[in-house]
Design a protein around this ligand. Structure first.
Ligand code: GUN
Length: 291
């Protein structure tokens, strides 16, 4: 059994990106620039955006965070999105979700120029990804593919079972595993799936993204499977200093011994999500996907 080390791989990818940024800057060109919009005072959003800023610094990107009050109207926010669309010094930007209830996330997402949509949430990027065109892929699914490739995990002709059908993980990762080059046979399971246990137990690669702590038990996993755990649920614990611990969607202690590869929580998929955003921003700077 090998533990997939997301922290190590993310550090490696960041170093590779930093080398590419240095080449751009040494050639006298502008460094890539990522902007982030935060609305309101959501603590988790502040933390995530803080991590993104730190990663930008590490790889040599410029970054800017635009903060707006909870009371901003949808039209005012749309005007800010337009400003970033038109700003030639900004290569890519993200709008940290969730947004306040009076703002429709989807309307905001669809206002982003797909060429700058480094979160990969715009339907144009989703659609392009599904039909195999170059596109910004959202952070978590892209991070999973990166881990699978860097650990040389065989995917061609393998049974891949995805548990969860969210727009930001389940649907995109299922499509990516299906693409030419990955070539898996993909099954997607969700809350209404019958015989989920039996289907999961057929998987050579089991990707779990449903957000239910320790949902996957040893009897649902085939011997020698690769298990990718996307879940993170914070639960109270009397064994940690801060009184909390993080649990994945997989009952790690009993599942890990059966696996050929497994991602831990934390330290598996999580650290990869930020590097995917960095990869997309570098691609945006180089206009790799769109002219
Ligand atoms: N909120 C939680 N995850 C994400 C993400 O990947 N991108 C954005 N924009 N908001 C989020």
């Amino acid at each position: 059994m090998e533990i997939i080390d997301g922290k190590k791989i993310s550090a490696q990818v960041k170093e590779e990106i930093a080398i590419e940024v240095k080449k751009i800057v040494d050639a006298g060109e502008r460094a890539p620039k990522l902007a982030a919009i935060i609305v309101g005072n959501d603590g988790a959003s502040e933390t995530y955006v803080g991590h993104k800023e730190k990663a930008c610094n590490q790889v040599g990107f410029e970054s800017v965070v635009l903060r707006f009050p909870e009371t901003i109207t949808q039209d005012e926010l749309l005007a800010e999105v337009k400003k970033l669309n038109d700003d030639e010094t900004v290569d890519g930007f993200i709008i940290q979700l969730p947004l306040p209830n009076h703002i429709d996330d989807q309307i905001i997402i669809e206002a982003i120029d797909p060429k700058k949509d480094v979160d990969g949430f715009h339907p144009v990027n989703m659609g392009r990804m599904v039909i195999g065109l170059p596109a910004y892929v959202s952070a978590t699914p892209d991070g999973i593919v990166e881990l699978i490739k860097r650990y040389n995990i065989e995917t061609s002709g393998k049974n891949c079972v995805v548990i969860g059908r969210s727009n930001i993980v389940g649907k995109p990762i299922a499509n990516l595993m299906l693409q030419k080059g990955m070539d898996s046979t993909v099954t997607i399971c969700h809350s209404r799936t019958k015989n989920l246990k039996e289907i999961a137990a057929q998987a050579d690669i089991l990707i779990v993204a449903l957000g239910a702590a320790e949902f996957v038990t040893a009897d649902m996993v085939k011997d020698g499977a690769t298990v990718i755990d996307v879940g993170i649920t914070r639960v109270k614990s009397d064994k940690t200093k801060n009184g909390w611990k993080l649990l994945g969607d997989v009952k790690y202690d009993e599942v890990a011994p059966k696996c050929s590869f497994i991602t831990p929580v934390p330290g598996g998929v999580g650290p990869m999500t930020i590097v995917s955003l960095m990869k997309n921003t570098l691609a945006a700077r180089r206009k790799e996907y769109y002219k």
